[in-house]
Design a protein around this ligand. Structure first.
Ligand code: NAG
Ligand code: NAG
Ligand code: NAG
Ligand code: CU
Length: 608
């Protein structure tokens, strides 16, 4: 009782005064410091989860600032879904948005009020009524999903989000994203892991949905700009502040582009000295990568993208590209105040290039009270057969090779997204695949994401491929125009010779410890492909046939074209007819096709 009264007394002073003077008409910089809150949770019971996600506009509030966004079930943060391997999950997606949107052109920002749902990272069927992201849920309509989780679905941190091509960036930045956690089976965990995990120690889990949801500013990607492009009406330019400028102008002048954690600005997480907690970090972007540091405390990596690493290991920072996740065990041994921050450390620049990395505080960790004795896990649950080490898998038994080339935005493999039965590659279930991810952009990395199957990182290769220019056109590394160009290449725009900037070339020789590189052998569903880089990945195309979507997870790139559709077929079905090349040329090459061994392996579908 006493402590309750004390709480009220303290709260009267701090809770009210913290943001009391500030409002939409009397704005002030965000203060942060509110107690960390977790999203509401929806958990499966006895192997079943049934729920509705309703998409509509609603008011959301950050400290004193209230504005209107597209949200699930009426606000931020979206509910966290907790499921287990083998579960049956029924989600009714209801789209209550208004029906007055223009049709627009394919591969442009459009359809602000059409939506759909993706369960990011799950090893699951991409066919209706499961994880088919080509489904369109139009304004005023609904879709009943029935997901059957794989019996061997790795336990870990995933997320769900809107994925309608053309509206993905706008809707995810708006708030149509939430955590999706596949809980561990008790028997699979060591005592130390169980001590920081659900189901018995849920109080030790710290789920953090990290996103730059505010996102005001002058540039082309700011939320107000996007609202204008999308024909939206909730732009905050009709609110006049004390300073006699619009609220929108105030937000722009004050550069209100902070990352939020579960919808909060720099919340405070309270821990005891020596206590270990399991942070589940999800970077929903939509523009920045995270390079996270927690000085003064220890961080131990458990998993990336929902897949456990071989053995837990200490780390100074965790790099999380857009859409990536990390499970990290955190301990601060001494009482005090610590900051979880993201910054682009100067010594990491060669692996990251000019890719945007957020610079700012994410959360504060207040450590006080009686010390506790806990130890980090030293072993982790085993991975399922479809995530076993493929590095030693014999070359001769690889049943398909493919190149995914990030060209000048918005091109992926020299073309923009096409729908219908236009497949860029076909492969069979039950095969082991070796793919090459290449990025011809000389300065910016792109986050590659593939649906259905995770992949293992096998090598960072020497990059002999083309260099993209703004024309847009491709040049070789000496600066001569390539023979092989984009589908809609315009020769009048492209000089024969240009100076190319190879500053960020050389990934095969650099220190593998740098932030932008994934340690060889780890599994991911999203990876940053650094500028002028070539990465070899392998994966097993496990049991699920259907369309398999590949895209850049800078969602603004995806919406305007950087996406393509492949098809996974049954073992007895043909893999002919895929549009593997563009205009007869193989992505990833310039004019030195014969000199690039990786690409020679890129036999057209049907010939292997
Ligand atoms: C989208 O839906 C919202 C909410 O119903 C509505 O206010 C808005 O006019 C719609 N926008 C368009 C472009 O259709
Ligand atoms: C507020 O700004 C408007 C538009 O700039 C101007 O017309 C008006 O005089 C200003 N009012 C005051 C009280 O400064
Ligand atoms: C090449 O790119 C680097 C990194 O962006 C930049 O610092 C440098 O000035 C560029 N060099 C030229 C010649 O443009
Ligand atoms: Cu991109």
């Amino acid at each position: 009782m006493m402590s309750y009264l004390l709480f009220i007394a303290v709260c009267l002073v701090t809770c009210v005064s913290a943001h009391a003077q500030c409002s939409n008409t009397s704005p002030c910089p965000f203060k942060g410091g509110d107690d960390f809150i977790q999203p509401e949770e929806k958990s499966s019971i006895d192997g079943k989860l049934e729920m509705t996600l309703t998409v509509d506009v609603s008011d959301v509030t950050v400290e004193w600032l209230t504005f209107t966004r597209r949200t699930y079930n009426g606000g931020w943060p979206s509910p966290t879904l907790r499921v287990r391997a083998g579960d049956q999950v029924d989600i009714l997606l209801k789209n209550n948005l208004g029906d007055s949107q223009a049709e627009g052109e394919p591969n442009t920002f459009r359809h602000p009020n059409t939506t759909n749902l993706h369960v990011h990272g799950l090893h699951i069927s991409p066919r209706e009524p499961q994880d088919d992201v080509l489904i369109e849920v139009r304004p005023g309509s609904e879709y009943q999903h029935h997901y059957e989780l794989n019996a061997l679905q790795p336990a870990g941190t995933y997320w769900y989000h809107a994925h309608h091509h053309g509206a993905t960036y706008f809707q995810v930045a708006s708030g149509l994203a939430g955590l999706l956690i596949v809980e561990d089976e008790e028997a699979s965990m060591s005592d130390q892991l169980a001590a920081i995990s659900c189901p018995n120690n849920c109080d030790k889990e710290v789920p953090m949905l990290l996103g730059k949801l505010l996102f005001y500013g002058q540039d082309a990607l700011s939320f107000p700009t996007m609202q204008d492009i999308m024909g939206d009406i909730f732009v905050l330019d009709d609110i006049v502040t004390d300073e006699n400028i619009t609220l929108l102008d105030w937000l722009e002048r004050n550069d209100a582009t902070q990352y939020l954690t579960n919808g909060q600005y720099v919340p405070t997480i309270s821990m005891r000295p020596g206590e270990i907690r399991r942070f589940r970090l999800v970077n929903i972007g939509p523009t920045d990568m995270l390079e996270m540091y927690l000085e003064g405390c220890e961080m131990v990596v458990l998993a990336f993208d929902g897949v456990y690493v071989d053995k837990p290991y200490q780390t100074e920072y965790v790099f999380i590209p857009d859409a990536g996740r990390a499970d990290v065990a955190v301990r601060c041994s001494e009482a005090g105040s610590y900051q979880l921050i993201s910054r682009n450390a100067p010594d990491q620049i060669m692996s990251v290039g000019s890719t945007p990395v957020y610079d700012g505080i994410i959360a504060t960790i207040e450590v006080s009270g009686e010390p506790v004795e806990m130890s980090f896990p030293t072993s982790l649950p085993e991975r399922p057969f479809f995530n076993l080490d493929l590095r030693g898998f014999p070359d001769t038994r690889i049943r398909g090779r493919n190149v995914v080339e990030f060209g000048p935005t918005p091109y992926l493999n020299r073309e923009k997204m096409k729908t219908g039965d236009y497949f860029r590659y076909k492969f069979r279930t039950g095969t082991v695949q070796e793919w090459y991810l290449v990025n011809s952009d000389p300065s910016v990395g792109h986050p590659y994401h593939v649906h259905v199957n995770h992949f293992q990182v096998v090598a960072y290769n020497r990059y002999n491929g083309p260099v993209a220019s703004f024309a847009p056109a491709y040049y070789d590394q000496q600066g001569f125009l390539c023979d092989q160009q984009l589908e809609d290449f315009d020769p009048l725009e492209a000089p024969e010779v240009i100076p190319v900037n190879l500053t960020f070339l050389g990934h095969e020789t650099r220190d593998r410890g740098m932030a932008g590189y994934v340690p060889i052998g780890q599994w991911r569903d999203t990876i940053m492909v650094p500028p002028l880089a070539s990465i070899t990945i392998r994966f097993m195309a496990d049991e699920y046939p259907g369309t398999c979507v590949i895209h850049c997870h800078f969602l603004n790139h995806e919406d305007v074209g950087m996406m393509m559709v492949t098809e996974i077929v049954r073992p007895w079905q043909s893999i002919r007819g895929a549009h593997v090349t563009s205009g007869g040329f193989h992505p990833g090459t310039c004019k030195f096709f014969d000199e690039w061994p990786d690409v020679r392996k890129n036999s057209p579908a049907g010939s292997i």
